[in-house]
Design a binder for this molecule. Structure first.
Ligand code: BDR
Ligand code: CA
Length: 322
């Protein structure tokens, strides 16, 4: 697929993960995204599995040439927390995928990102859909590159309550110190939290549309939703799973999908019960703390699914898949 001249240069930092996998497919399926590479992080599974899964998802999409660089196995502080309880032992349980023949281009995602940003003739958007450790390490290590980072769009946190603990969303719980680095960096940050992604439900109608996509790609994505949806039913009593991570990519493709609000956002790093929770000052209770982020508030879910399914559908039509 050729990307358009106005395509946004993106590095997708992720922990696939069923919804991360859909984000990868969306990124490679849209001509509006120039996917420079995929970097991986611990989170839904160990980083080795996340890297394997990213390679296999790119192979599924017929895009094995997209570089994959392996990143952090643990957070900036403390031990890794894993989300296998949601995504299964492999991190991407469900249909068996053909193994990619590609290998990671690097085992140092931060160095790889720095090189890719340096080489890019335009500022690069960093999209993070797992614990934000790699991005924080890059921000700390390479201040000289800050002007070349267009923004950081991350899935994490919430204006409301959590999913991993009562107040903390999984990605922000897994590395709050890293999110703190990002939020204090002065680089444009956009937060896509649970309050937004819980509007992105793969309802039975959406899953039926996935099954209708021609050939194996639709079957795989619909089956992923079967596994992921089962976890959401068992753990959170959701009747349909929220497909969080592609929201970050979707809004780069069509900015009108999400309504944003400027706000001061902090992440709790010390709370005994609230570690990893985002504190979002939507009502300006703290006038002395200026807004440091844009917070996703409302999603046009119908158009979101139209966009995601169209992008995946056009991948299916790529002749090199068969
Ligand atoms: C986030 O955690 C993971 O389960 C998902 O991939 C998503 O990034 C939602 O809390
Ligand atoms: Ca994720």
């Amino acid at each position: 697929m050729t990307t358009s001249a106005t395509a946004t240069p993106v590095i997708l930092d992720c922990d696939p993960g069923h919804d991360d996998a859909v984000a990868i497919l969306l990124a490679v399926g849209s001509p509006r995204i120039d996917l420079l590479g995929v970097t991986t992080v611990f989170g839904n599974c160990a980083v080795e599995n996340a890297t394997r899964n990213a390679l296999d998802v790119l192979a599924l999409a017929g895009r094995e040439e997209v570089p994959v660089a392996a990143g952090a196995a643990e957070p900036l502080q403390g031990a890794a927390v894993l989300g296998n309880y949601v995504h299964g032992a492999s991190g991407l349980d469900g249909p068996a995928l053909r193994r990619s023949t590609a290998s990671p281009v690097s085992t140092d995602a931060v160095a790889w990102m720095a090189d890719a940003i340096t080489e890019s003739d335009r500022p690069v958007t960093l999209v993070a859909t797992g614990p934000i450790t790699n991005v924080a390490r890059l921000i700390n290590a390479r201040r000289d590159l800050h002007p070349k980072i267009a923004e950081v769009v991350f899935m994490g946190g919430s204006t409301e309550r959590g999913n991993h603990t009562p107040y903390a969303e999984f990605n922000t719980y897994a590395d709050p110190e890293a999110l703190d680095v990002v939020l204090r960096s002065g680089i444009r940050a956009r937060m896509v939290g649970l309050n937004l992604t819980h509007q992105a439900l793969a309802t039975p109608t959406v899953v039926e549309r996935m099954w209708q996509l021609p050939r194996d790609l639709g079957e795989v994505v619909a089956s992923w939703m079967g596994f992921f949806g089962g976890s959401y039913r068992k753990i959170w009593n959701f009747s349909s799973p929220p497909v969080h991570d592609p929201c970050t990519i979707a809004v780069l493709i069509d900015p009108s999908l999400i309504v944003w609000q400027h706000a001061f956002v902090a992440v709790e790093t010390v709370g005994e019960f609230t570690r990893g929770a985002t504190v979002v000052d939507l009502d300006q209770r703290w006038p002395q703390r200026p807004a440091n982020a844009e917070v996703a508030m409302r999603l046009d879910a119908d158009r979101y699914w139209d966009l995601v399914l169209a992008a995946i559908g056009q991948l299916v039509l790529q002749p090199h898949l068969w």
